[in-house]
Design a protein around this ligand. Sequence first.
Ligand SMILES: Nc1ncnc2c1ncn2[C@@H]1O[C@H](COP(=O)(O)OP(=O)(O)OP(=O)(O)O)[C@@H](O)[C@H]1O
Ligand SMILES: [Mg+2]
Length: 338
Amino acid sequence: MSKSSPTTPSPEQSTSPNPWGLSSARIISFISHKGGVGKTTSTVNLGATFALSGQRTLLIGLDPQCGLSQSLGFDDVTLRGGLKDVLTAGLPLAEVVHKTSLENLSVLSPNAKTMAQEEQYKAGIGEYGVLEDLLDQVRDDFDTILIDCPPGFGPETRAALTVSDSYIIPVQAEELCLNSVKRMLHFIQDFGPVARKGILREGLFLTMTDSRIRMSKRVSKSLSKEFGRDVFKTAIPRAARLAEMASQGKPMVIHDRRGRGSRAYFNLMDEVMVRHGKRPQPVLGHRRSLRKSAVAGLTVGSGVKQTTRGNGSAPGSISRFWRSITRRGNGESSTMET
Ligand SMILES: Nc1ncnc2c1ncn2[C@@H]1O[C@H](COP(=O)(O)OP(=O)(O)OP(=O)(O)O)[C@@H](O)[C@H]1O
Ligand SMILES: [Mg+2]
């Protein structure tokens, strides 16, 4: 990541009140039963869009593979500690939260380097209430915390769900993925701590779509049929640049803001905010490109599925807000056409 960006948000933006209307950070987990669907890529890029819009954002990678910190340009040398050190040496969490070169964006990783450390980390993080207690130490310092989970329903995912306000499921545009989504949703339903605490389903979104491939369109249709308005209108297109830039440790939304993949993540951020009844904050250098169809019929605050209790967002019409966006927009869309 470059050390400075001409579009880094101003200090006034970074001290603005919590954009979710909450007194501490909203915690959202990225989960999926199947691996390789774009959880890490989406956590990093969506997180960076939040940071670019002025939200104090913390990205937490719970996967011991540490793909998240690598995608942000950290390596074994620059990552000077992580959750493993907090769990084994009792360090305060704030000491292992790393600032990135993008203002407002911080990262926290497991930092488990050997097999023994990985086992210690997994055992520690899987203990009920541990992650919640740790995040309580920093929750007031951030507006948004995104958690990237490993695939499946292992100890990290269960810990993440226990501490989260809501979850998002990325779905790769492949038929095989649909069954794994249903499986994941059943697991969540049966998971006691989540049922007791109440957790919201932000929604599902398609990743790696390709409008030239029939299967992509088929999966999009089946997903909408099965999950209706739980499916975000925004789909993330297959874009080689997203993968290339991740391997170079450069989130695409920061370094190639006008690329197709970046535009899709900016649109996804807008859609998440609109679903919560919030007006998305403008991001310099990003022109709103969602088409009106992307939120047609959507009512502010109505898009987030409640598992057991509400989030207090007041429903209302978004039409005025939407008109203001489309007047400024350029008519492009990353929405999956079916
Ligand atoms: N929209 C996209 N277009 C092209 N390649 C992508 C896209 N999104 C992700 N990828 C690539 O697909 C691979 C898997 O993505 P990613 O690591 O984000 O998935 P994941 O769900 O986190 O995987 P895992 O379950 O193993 O943690 C990576 O090589 C990534 O660079
Ligand atoms: Mg991953």
